[in-house]
Design a protein around this ligand. Structure first.
Ligand code: ADE
Length: 226
Protein backbone atom coordinates (compact mmCIF):
# COMPACT_ATOMS: atom_id res chain seq x y z
CA UNK A 1 0.00 0.00 0.00
CA UNK A 2 1.14 3.53 -0.74
CA UNK A 3 0.07 6.56 1.30
CA UNK A 4 0.94 10.03 -0.02
CA UNK A 5 0.59 12.73 2.61
CA UNK A 6 0.35 16.39 1.55
CA UNK A 7 1.31 18.76 4.32
CA UNK A 8 2.75 22.16 5.12
CA UNK A 9 4.59 20.60 8.07
CA UNK A 10 6.41 17.39 7.04
CA UNK A 11 8.56 17.54 10.18
CA UNK A 12 5.49 16.80 12.28
CA UNK A 13 5.57 13.21 11.03
CA UNK A 14 8.99 12.53 12.49
CA UNK A 15 8.40 10.34 15.49
CA UNK A 16 5.06 8.72 14.71
CA UNK A 17 6.42 7.29 11.45
CA UNK A 18 10.02 6.72 12.50
CA UNK A 19 9.38 4.47 15.50
CA UNK A 20 8.00 1.07 16.31
CA UNK A 21 5.46 -0.73 14.11
CA UNK A 22 5.09 1.90 11.38
CA UNK A 23 8.85 2.16 11.01
CA UNK A 24 9.15 -1.63 10.69
CA UNK A 25 6.31 -1.84 8.13
CA UNK A 26 8.03 0.77 5.98
CA UNK A 27 11.36 -1.08 6.29
CA UNK A 28 9.63 -4.34 5.28
CA UNK A 29 8.04 -2.58 2.26
CA UNK A 30 4.55 -3.43 3.48
CA UNK A 31 3.67 0.23 3.18
CA UNK A 32 5.23 3.18 1.40
CA UNK A 33 4.53 6.49 3.13
CA UNK A 34 5.55 9.49 1.03
CA UNK A 35 5.48 12.99 2.50
CA UNK A 36 5.02 15.97 0.18
CA UNK A 37 5.71 19.51 1.28
CA UNK A 38 2.95 21.54 -0.37
CA UNK A 39 5.31 24.51 -0.45
CA UNK A 40 7.45 22.68 -3.05
CA UNK A 41 4.51 22.89 -5.48
CA UNK A 42 4.11 26.65 -5.28
CA UNK A 43 5.19 28.40 -8.46
CA UNK A 44 5.47 31.89 -6.97
CA UNK A 45 8.79 33.55 -6.27
CA UNK A 46 8.17 33.43 -2.53
CA UNK A 47 6.69 29.91 -2.48
CA UNK A 48 3.47 31.28 -1.17
CA UNK A 49 0.90 28.68 -0.09
CA UNK A 50 -1.79 30.85 1.47
CA UNK A 51 -3.50 34.15 0.73
CA UNK A 52 -6.18 36.51 2.04
CA UNK A 53 -9.79 35.31 1.83
CA UNK A 54 -12.05 36.76 -0.87
CA UNK A 55 -14.77 38.77 0.84
CA UNK A 56 -12.53 39.61 3.77
CA UNK A 57 -12.45 38.09 7.24
CA UNK A 58 -9.86 36.76 9.62
CA UNK A 59 -7.18 34.23 8.80
CA UNK A 60 -5.44 33.07 5.66
CA UNK A 61 -6.68 30.50 3.17
CA UNK A 62 -4.56 27.74 1.67
CA UNK A 63 -4.32 28.35 -2.07
CA UNK A 64 -5.72 25.96 -4.64
CA UNK A 65 -2.75 25.99 -7.00
CA UNK A 66 0.05 24.24 -5.05
CA UNK A 67 -2.32 21.54 -3.77
CA UNK A 68 -3.84 20.97 -7.21
CA UNK A 69 -0.38 20.75 -8.80
CA UNK A 70 0.75 18.21 -6.23
CA UNK A 71 -2.35 16.03 -6.61
CA UNK A 72 -2.24 16.27 -10.43
CA UNK A 73 1.41 15.20 -10.45
CA UNK A 74 0.64 12.20 -8.24
CA UNK A 75 -2.38 11.18 -10.31
CA UNK A 76 -0.22 11.10 -13.43
CA UNK A 77 1.84 8.35 -11.76
CA UNK A 78 -0.94 6.08 -10.46
CA UNK A 79 -4.64 5.92 -9.70
CA UNK A 80 -5.84 6.52 -6.17
CA UNK A 81 -8.60 4.70 -4.32
CA UNK A 82 -9.40 7.82 -2.32
CA UNK A 83 -8.13 11.37 -1.98
CA UNK A 84 -8.77 12.16 1.65
CA UNK A 85 -9.00 15.52 3.37
CA UNK A 86 -8.70 15.65 7.16
CA UNK A 87 -11.41 17.81 8.61
CA UNK A 88 -13.51 17.94 11.79
CA UNK A 89 -16.67 17.94 9.66
CA UNK A 90 -15.72 14.77 7.81
CA UNK A 91 -16.86 11.18 8.31
CA UNK A 92 -15.91 9.97 11.76
CA UNK A 93 -13.01 7.49 11.70
CA UNK A 94 -13.94 4.14 13.23
CA UNK A 95 -12.60 0.61 13.01
CA UNK A 96 -14.91 -0.26 10.13
CA UNK A 97 -13.56 2.60 8.04
CA UNK A 98 -9.97 1.70 8.97
CA UNK A 99 -10.63 -1.91 7.86
CA UNK A 100 -12.00 -0.72 4.52
CA UNK A 101 -9.08 1.58 3.91
CA UNK A 102 -6.48 -1.06 4.78
CA UNK A 103 -7.55 -2.87 1.59
CA UNK A 104 -6.72 0.12 -0.62
CA UNK A 105 -3.68 0.23 -2.86
CA UNK A 106 -3.03 3.97 -3.06
CA UNK A 107 -4.43 6.86 -1.07
CA UNK A 108 -3.65 10.54 -0.70
CA UNK A 109 -4.18 12.31 2.62
CA UNK A 110 -4.30 16.08 2.43
CA UNK A 111 -3.73 17.65 5.83
CA UNK A 112 -6.35 20.31 6.20
CA UNK A 113 -6.45 23.56 7.99
CA UNK A 114 -9.91 24.19 9.30
CA UNK A 115 -11.53 27.29 7.82
CA UNK A 116 -8.37 27.69 5.82
CA UNK A 117 -8.45 25.78 2.56
CA UNK A 118 -9.86 26.95 -0.77
CA UNK A 119 -13.25 25.26 -1.13
CA UNK A 120 -12.58 24.33 -4.77
CA UNK A 121 -10.05 21.75 -3.58
CA UNK A 122 -12.70 20.07 -1.45
CA UNK A 123 -15.25 20.22 -4.24
CA UNK A 124 -13.13 19.05 -7.15
CA UNK A 125 -10.18 17.05 -5.82
CA UNK A 126 -11.27 15.38 -2.59
CA UNK A 127 -13.23 12.13 -2.64
CA UNK A 128 -13.54 11.61 1.11
CA UNK A 129 -13.30 13.79 4.23
CA UNK A 130 -12.35 12.18 7.53
CA UNK A 131 -12.56 13.46 11.10
CA UNK A 132 -10.82 11.70 13.97
CA UNK A 133 -13.21 13.07 16.59
CA UNK A 134 -15.59 15.84 17.52
CA UNK A 135 -12.95 18.36 18.53
CA UNK A 136 -10.84 20.80 16.56
CA UNK A 137 -7.09 20.32 16.12
CA UNK A 138 -4.69 23.03 14.99
CA UNK A 139 -4.26 21.22 11.69
CA UNK A 140 -4.71 17.91 9.94
CA UNK A 141 -1.23 16.49 10.55
CA UNK A 142 -2.06 14.71 13.80
CA UNK A 143 -5.26 13.40 12.23
CA UNK A 144 -3.24 12.07 9.26
CA UNK A 145 -0.92 10.28 11.72
CA UNK A 146 -3.89 8.69 13.47
CA UNK A 147 -5.55 7.62 10.20
CA UNK A 148 -2.28 6.18 8.86
CA UNK A 149 -1.56 4.30 12.08
CA UNK A 150 -5.06 2.82 12.24
CA UNK A 151 -4.77 1.62 8.62
CA UNK A 152 -1.18 0.38 8.59
CA UNK A 153 -1.50 -1.94 11.57
CA UNK A 154 -4.27 -3.77 9.71
CA UNK A 155 -2.17 -4.51 6.61
CA UNK A 156 -1.42 -8.27 6.56
CA UNK A 157 2.08 -8.97 7.81
CA UNK A 158 2.41 -5.74 9.80
CA UNK A 159 1.58 -7.18 13.21
CA UNK A 160 3.69 -10.19 14.20
CA UNK A 161 0.70 -12.27 15.15
CA UNK A 162 -1.98 -11.50 12.58
CA UNK A 163 -4.73 -12.65 14.90
CA UNK A 164 -3.88 -9.85 17.30
CA UNK A 165 -5.50 -7.28 14.99
CA UNK A 166 -8.55 -9.51 14.69
CA UNK A 167 -8.96 -9.58 18.46
CA UNK A 168 -8.75 -5.78 18.79
CA UNK A 169 -11.44 -3.85 20.56
CA UNK A 170 -14.15 -2.77 18.05
CA UNK A 171 -13.13 -5.37 15.48
CA UNK A 172 -16.32 -7.31 16.28
CA UNK A 173 -18.16 -4.42 17.97
CA UNK A 174 -16.95 -5.63 21.36
CA UNK A 175 -14.37 -4.13 23.68
CA UNK A 176 -11.35 -6.36 24.37
CA UNK A 177 -11.36 -8.49 27.55
CA UNK A 178 -8.84 -7.78 30.36
CA UNK A 179 -5.36 -9.26 30.02
CA UNK A 180 -2.79 -10.20 32.68
CA UNK A 181 0.84 -11.22 32.84
CA UNK A 182 3.28 -12.35 35.52
CA UNK A 183 3.45 -12.22 38.48
CA UNK A 184 0.34 -14.24 39.37
CA UNK A 185 0.27 -12.66 42.84
CA UNK A 186 1.18 -8.95 43.18
CA UNK A 187 0.83 -8.02 46.86
CA UNK A 188 -2.32 -10.13 47.08
CA UNK A 189 -3.77 -8.91 43.73
CA UNK A 190 -4.37 -12.19 41.90
CA UNK A 191 -4.85 -13.15 38.26
CA UNK A 192 -8.22 -14.90 37.61
CA UNK A 193 -7.63 -18.65 38.01
CA UNK A 194 -9.46 -19.54 34.81
CA UNK A 195 -6.61 -17.99 32.80
CA UNK A 196 -4.17 -20.45 34.38
CA UNK A 197 -6.43 -23.48 33.91
CA UNK A 198 -5.09 -24.44 30.48
CA UNK A 199 -8.66 -25.04 29.31
CA UNK A 200 -8.75 -23.09 26.07
CA UNK A 201 -12.48 -23.47 25.51
CA UNK A 202 -13.31 -22.17 29.00
CA UNK A 203 -10.78 -19.36 28.66
CA UNK A 204 -12.36 -18.25 25.37
CA UNK A 205 -15.81 -18.38 26.93
CA UNK A 206 -14.60 -16.30 29.92
CA UNK A 207 -12.98 -13.74 27.62
CA UNK A 208 -16.11 -13.42 25.53
CA UNK A 209 -18.25 -12.92 28.65
CA UNK A 210 -15.88 -10.24 29.92
CA UNK A 211 -15.95 -8.50 26.53
CA UNK A 212 -19.74 -8.39 26.49
CA UNK A 213 -19.85 -7.24 30.14
CA UNK A 214 -17.31 -4.49 29.48
CA UNK A 215 -19.03 -3.32 26.32
CA UNK A 216 -22.41 -3.19 28.08
CA UNK A 217 -20.88 -1.10 30.87
CA UNK A 218 -18.62 1.23 28.90
CA UNK A 219 -19.98 1.42 25.36
CA UNK A 220 -23.57 0.11 25.35
CA UNK A 221 -24.15 1.76 21.97
CA UNK A 222 -21.84 -0.79 20.33
CA UNK A 223 -24.05 -3.69 21.41
CA UNK A 224 -26.71 -2.50 19.03
CA UNK A 225 -24.40 -3.60 16.20
CA UNK A 226 -23.68 -6.92 17.81
N1 ADE B 1 -8.45 19.00 11.60
C1 ADE B 1 -8.78 19.73 12.67
N2 ADE B 1 -9.50 19.01 13.54
C2 ADE B 1 -9.64 17.78 13.00
C3 ADE B 1 -10.28 16.58 13.40
N3 ADE B 1 -10.95 16.50 14.55
N4 ADE B 1 -10.23 15.51 12.59
C4 ADE B 1 -9.58 15.59 11.43
N5 ADE B 1 -8.94 16.68 10.99
C5 ADE B 1 -8.97 17.76 11.76
Amino acid sequence: MRIDILTLFPEMFQGPFTESIIKRSVAKNLVNIVLHDIRDYSTGKHHRVDDYPFGGGAGMVMMIEPIARCIDALRLERTYDEIIYTSPDGKLLDQKLANQMSGFENIIILCGHYKGIDERIREHYISMEISIGDYVLTGGELAACVITDAIVRLIPGVLNDETSALSDSFQDDLISPPVYTRPYDFNGLLVPDILRSGNEKEINRWRHEKSVERTRKRRPGLLGNY
